[in-house]
Design a protein around this ligand. Structure first.
Ligand SMILES: NC(=O)c1ccc[n+]([C@@H]2O[C@H](COP(=O)([O-])OP(=O)(O)OC[C@H]3O[C@@H](n4cnc5c(N)ncnc54)[C@H](OP(=O)(O)O)[C@@H]3O)[C@@H](O)[C@H]2O)c1
Length: 250
């Protein structure tokens, strides 16, 4: 954690702050850019992609926005607590947490090891919980919200035998989303989930998209950005999962 943090918040007056986990690349980076373009200040969490996070911060700054990168392994409680302590100290507020980290290393269940299992659950589920735990006191001060990134079909309880630990982590994340919505609604905090199906950058995009996806195309990062804008603005929507998946896994 930086030790030279200013005693007064560095955030320009009136700016709302979003923190995006795993935000240096791919979907997380697109959501960070979208929010920055929409006038949000952004804290970009990364684990190993320091150079990409730094480039993104520079890009957003060049466009007149506010961004800061913070390294933390979300599966590490101490890292997460330090990251949110730095937000409290440097920006002094938090209005939106996007839990975007999603380790996905598909493997048939008989080949999955306890280490594979822990790797998925720790990052995708425990990590999101640690972030929510630290974020919620700040979000209550701003009547902010949480958006967790899931996986299409999460609420159908599919077996997903080639990605079981991943599926379990996302189902658990949906249960956490609903529990936060129920517990913190009275305190003005909403929690929702946005679940992509196959994005165009998927590591296992099917050959026959037409057969698998009723809308006959892969999802784009912009499809997710549209849904994020909706769920941020929809003040009476909480505890919901929205598949952003063109009908995949219905
Ligand atoms: N892409 C798709 O087609 C698709 C489909 C369905 C759902 N999703 C969901 O959408 C989200 C984003 O997907 P993506 O494909 O863009 O993700 P990704 O590229 O696989 O991962 C995003 C970032 O997560 C970070 N990360 C992983 N473990 C971490 C940890 N323990 N602590 C902190 N950061 C960690 C990595 O950061 P560093 O690089 O800094 O290490 C990585 O850049 C995920 O939740 C995923 O499950 C994606």
């Amino acid at each position: 954690m930086r030790t030279d943090a200013p005693t007064r918040p560095a955030l320009p007056a009136g700016k709302k702050l979003a923190l995006i986990t795993g935000g240096a690349k791919r979907l997380g980076a697109h959501l960070a850019r979208t929010l920055a373009r929409d006038g949000w200040a952004v804290v970009i969490n990364y684990r190993s992609s320091e150079a990409a996070a730094s480039l993104l911060v520079d890009d957003i700054g060049r466009d007149g926005g506010y961004a800061r990168a913070v390294r933390a392994d979300v599966g590490d409680k101490v890292d997460v607590a330090s990251m949110f302590a730095s937000v409290e100290q440097v920006e002094g507020r938090l209005d939106l947490l996007v839990n975007n980290v999603g380790v996905y290393e598909p493997k048939p269940l008989p080949q999955v090891t306890p280490e594979d299992w822990d790797h998925h659950i720790q990052a995708n589920l425990s990590g999101a919980y640690y972030c929510c735990y630290s974020a919620l006191p700040l979000l209550q001060q701003t009547q902010g919200s949480i958006v967790n990134i899931g996986y299409a079909g999460v609420d159908v309880l599919n077996a997903n035998p080639n990605a079981t630990a991943y599926e379990v982590s996302k189902v658990g994340l949906l249960v956490l989303t609903k529990a936060i919505a129920a517990s913190y609604g009275p305190h003005g905090v909403r929690a929702n989930m946005l679940s992509p199906g196959h994005l165009a950058n998927s590591i296992d995009l099917p050959d026959d998209l037409d057969a698998e996806i009723p809308m006959r195309r892969a999802g784009t990062l912009e499809d997710m950005a549209q849904a994020l804008r909706y769920v941020i603005a929809a003040e009476y929507v909480t505890g919901q999962n929205i598949d952003v998946a063109g009908g995949y896994r219905l």
